[in-house]
Design a protein around this ligand. Structure first.
Ligand SMILES: [Mg+2]
Length: 179
């Protein structure tokens, strides 16, 4: 099978890094705990006067490259590959691409290795990419085409209201994916 794997919120821990950085830079300001996150875009859950502080965190050089890996991701990706599946990393960049795009490549090289750099697909419309499965934390993924892939949600607090799709995490993926 061709399996497309999203990066942020699936293999790279974007949310933890935003919150940790926010709390260290602004220790007295209110914050949203990770398990209370309800919007897909973190900035949108903060009051308007704090949104630029949140955004500046992920626009800072080095942010994307230093994201921690989500536990179990490396092992899951290697095992799927060993089982003969074709995996690709399918990620949508920020419109402010300056650091984000380069650092996503650096991140993959650093955590997954050079072979995986060749498997990166950067796109803002994942429906244009063919595949059997897309593992992604975004609640709804739309675009120009009818997807060939089944969207399987990667569990995150901000997508738990979606009940119409299969969902998984790196602890239970083997029992959810019939591969
Ligand atoms: Mg994501």
């Amino acid at each position: 099978m061709k399996i497309l794997i999203d990066m942020d919120g699936v293999i790279a821990n974007f949310e933890k890094s935003v919150l940790d950085t926010y709390q260290s830079l602004h220790p007295t300001k209110p914050f949203i705990p990770l398990d209370e996150r309800t919007t897909f875009y973190v900035k949108e859950q903060y009051p308007s006067e704090l949104q630029s502080l949140v955004e500046s965190i992920y626009l800072t050089p080095g942010f994307y490259q230093s994201l921690p890996i989500i536990n179990g991701a490396v092992e899951a990706l290697s095992e799927m590959t060993q089982r003969g599946h074709n995996l690709f990393i399918c990620t949508a960049p920020l419109p402010q691409y300056e650091h984000c795009v380069l650092e996503k490549y650096q991140w993959v090289d650093q955590y997954l290795g050079a072979e995986w750099v060749k498997k990166i697909i950067v796109t803002n419309d994942k429906t244009l990419v063919r595949g059997d499965i897309l593992i992604d934390d975004k609640p709804n993924i739309t675009g120009l085409e009818t997807p060939t892939w089944e969207h399987i949600l990667f569990n995150q607090p901000y997508n738990k209201h979606i009940t119409s799709k299969k969902r998984l995490n790196w602890d239970n993926w083997k029992s959810i994916l019939d591969i």
